[in-house]
Write a protein that binds this ligand. Structure first.
Ligand code: FPP
Ligand code: MG
Length: 325
């Protein structure tokens, strides 16, 4: 009898196709990032004294990572017939903002971590001052980069879409988005009242929805907005993004307890070390696993209500639940 693909250690044709598309999209994201990042060995005339910060920016961004946020922009823009010329500056910008947040999050003043994405953290290689600057530079350069989308605009409708995408990018990264979530996260450290159920659960929901789901939401919404997707779909995508974003952060909390540091590319157990309130400390591991599944199922149900369908992205949402890094 012929062995099944799985028993034979081979991927099924569907899984192979999924991996192929994923690899292609990640390669696209990496190309786009390299195209937009300043090149430390080829700085503009007279800017050579800023080479070290350009080098630290590049080190931080090219350390790898899943490229989840820019690949969502690319694939969703494609799905609605959008133009990559408009999407690319936003793909680069969103990953630059995400990377800056990781560089600053790893600083001694925050989580004080030595490893990220399998490499020494930026401040361990370039020093704290330069890591602060690399983060600052990535954040500013992200907006400088996103604004170049206006150069590709061909109609007033596209111009309006770029303005709307800029607003989404800015708001989700700022005080009413990721920075607000990080503020609450920082203040919740070592507060035992927050580490247990009750008020802690509401605060944790704020932290997760702001520090993680908002940036995932930019990934889901920007490509759709740029491509002129129907408003009903944009609304649905926002809802899907929040459920997926929260499930993603709960999974992050789970992996900090059960994960493998080699697979994760960073230390495990850091939440406990930092006295952090997590989904596990508040709700327990079993509830965390159950809720990741429930949030994902709810998002998938909404996904099926979109006016366009994409098996690859549907599978990706599923994969995020079982991810090991
Ligand atoms: C991992 O993303 C990142 C998160 C789960 C979000 C964590 C949020 C912060 C650290 C906010 C920090 C904010 C400030 C302002 C300092 P990922 O698994 O996609 O990582 P990857 O890109 O390395 O794959
Ligand atoms: Mg951290």
């Amino acid at each position: 009898m012929e062995k099944s693909n799985e028993a034979a250690g081979r991927k099924s044709p569907e899984k192979e196709k999924f991996s192929e598309i994923l690899e292609e999209l990640v390669a696209d994201c990496n190309d786009v990032l390299l195209k937009y990042l300043p090149d430390p060995s080829d700085m503009p005339e007279g800017e050579a004294p800023a080479s070290t910060v350009a080098d630290a920016m590049r080190y931080s961004v090219t350390a790898g990572g899943k490229r989840l946020r820019p690949l969502l922009i690319a694939r969703i823009s494609d799905l609605y017939g959008g133009r990559r010329a408009l999407a690319e500056p936003f793909m680069a910008a969103l990953e630059m903002i995400h990377t800056y947040s990781l560089v600053h999050d790893d600083l001694p003043a925050m989580d004080d971590d030595d490893y990220r994405r399998g490499r020494k953290t930026t401040h361990r290689v370039y020093g704290e001052g330069m890591a602060v600057l690399a983060g600052d530079a990535l954040l500013n350069y992200a907006f400088e980069t996103a604004l170049t989308a206006f150069d590709a605009v061909r109609s007033p409708k596209e111009g309006a879409a770029v303005v709307r995408a800029m607003k989404i990018l800015a708001r989700n990264a700022g005080i009413f988005g990721m920075v607000g979530g990080q503020c609450a996260d920082l203040e919740a450290e070592n507060r035992t009242d927050v580490c247990s159920a009750g008020d802690g659960a509401a605060l944790l929901a704020y932290i997760h929805s702001h520090k993680t789901a908002c940036m995932i939401s930019s990934g889901f919404m920007i490509g759709a907005v740029l491509a002129g997707a129907p408003e009903k779909d944009i609304d649905l995508l926002e809802k899907i993004a929040f459920e997926i974003g929260i499930a993603f952060q709960i999974q992050d909390d789970i992996l900090d307890v059960t994960g493998d540091s080699d697979e994760l590319g960073k230390a495990v157990g850091s939440d406990e070390r930092d006295g952090k309130a997590t989904y596990i400390t508040i709700h327990g591991l079993e509830a965390a696993r159950r809720d990741v599944r429930a949030l994902t199922d709810s998002a998938l149900q909404k996904w099926d209500g979109l006016s366009v369908q994409d098996g690859f992205l549907r599978n990706l949402l599923e994969e995020l639940v079982v991810r090991r890094n």
